[in-house]
Design a protein around this ligand. Sequence first.
Ligand code: URP
Ligand code: ZN
Ligand code: ZN
Ligand code: ZN
Length: 532
Amino acid sequence: KQFNLVIKNGIVVTSGDSGPLDIAIKEGKIAYLAADIDANLAEKVIDAEGGYVMPGGVDAHVHVAQDFPSGANGVSAQCADNFESGSRSAVCGGTTTFLSFAHQNRCDPSILEVVEAYDKLAKESGSYCDYGYHVIITQPDIEMLQRELPVLVKNWGITSCKLFMTYAALQLRDNELLDVMFEARKLAITTMIHAENGDIISWLTDKLQEKGMVEPRFHAQSRPPVVEMEATSRAIVLAEMIQNPVLFVHVGSASAAEVIRSTQTRGFPIYAETCPQYLHLTWEDLASKKFHSPQCFENAKLICSPPPGPDNTDQELLWTGLRNGTFTIYSSDHCAFRYHDVRGKALGIIQHKESIEGSTCPIDDDHVHEIMHGKTGNFKYIPNGCPGLETRLPLLFNYGLAQGRITAERFVELTSTAPAKLYGLYPKKGALMPGLSDADLVIWYPEGHIKPFSLTNDHLHHDADYSPYEGMEFKNWPRYTILRGKVVWAEGELLGSKTDGQYQKRKPSQLTMSAVKTARTDRRRVATWLYQ
Ligand code: URP
Ligand code: ZN
Ligand code: ZN
Ligand code: ZN
């Protein structure tokens, strides 16, 4: 037979077009698109029955197999998911490629060694989907960067790094941010910025602690939107000064989005990402609209940084940003910590108890239920992050596309094409170009095909013990996920295996490359002499 697989009767959507087309797949690649492809030419046929057929999701912001250094007692928090469970969850939610973080701790002198160790974890556990890495830099020794960044790009195809402006163990000062951006620019490495003013956060946190305002819901009060806005503005000044385009990850506040928008309008190219938690959660949820009481420790489930906005005014403005291009990409920032786990959200109770009693209390997993019920804990010790890999596409589909907030083409651009372009995976990923693109697809149910259901954690395939979106209604969900021509998820059944996923060596970002070439000349903002 001429083709391995033909998908018939779908509405094929790319970031630019949509229409009734059939797709033929051969040897893992998109081979051919046409209005009518003869089913007899294929070994296998899928009837999409009028549902959308799109390039598989590319989730550019995922934390798996990562430990987070904690401020207290040397205990570090541990992600709920490793490569195996994270990637399993990915394919069951229509995502075929994710990028996760190899994390340099301050005591690690070499980022190459960090990447090698992280890669070992991936190889040991296997992956259901394709994957690649960003590197988190916390110790930006210039000689190390000059020596290792070129090797990172050449040997590993890692063309992006993430820098933090907050968290004691991660925070870089302005001069350190400049050092990395300056080196990154030479290689067109995309610099991702976690923009929150760490000094304001620790100052406000101390004040909240003095007042006894320590319950999980006060996490948001320790970092009001202006904290993100200030850091975003400052990072823009630094980036523009040395002409290094940056990407703001997990933008949660409308005020930060506004600064980003006005910078883009001014003509300095910067990119931004937002995530489901900022479109669906508010301070009210954190203060237990979802759970039992404002005092409830369960609110810890929704703690992430930056926090979601105070109310749905921010949410509406973020939706506007998704439509009008302020946001380049939409990612999950899947950073799952198990709720009932001594290395997860329970740290917020355990370390609180230890800090009061002045000694370490050995608590094992068996006792974790016992201690968590009726206790309030302290936000300061709760690991930050929410699960969201598997719900990323379904949320944007049901609450964005299906409700007319974004078009189908924009959906594909935000979830697949733009992240692929931004991180050097395009057109292998994020597109349906015959001969060039991997046959990575997500196929949705035709409208009205499945009975609307209310999400529970049992629907999901991660190793987290909850989802922030439990109780929300879904009318559609990925029906099939196809990875390089192989059907890995079909009608609620996982068919893939953890040997399916391949490491993706990436090229430099197409977006960053073009941005680096446009040097600007406003001496008020740019050190124009730097590159003369
Ligand atoms: O709260 C969050 N976002 N945790 C994940 C780590 C990060 O900063 O992306
Ligand atoms: Zn971050
Ligand atoms: Zn993150
Ligand atoms: Zn319990």
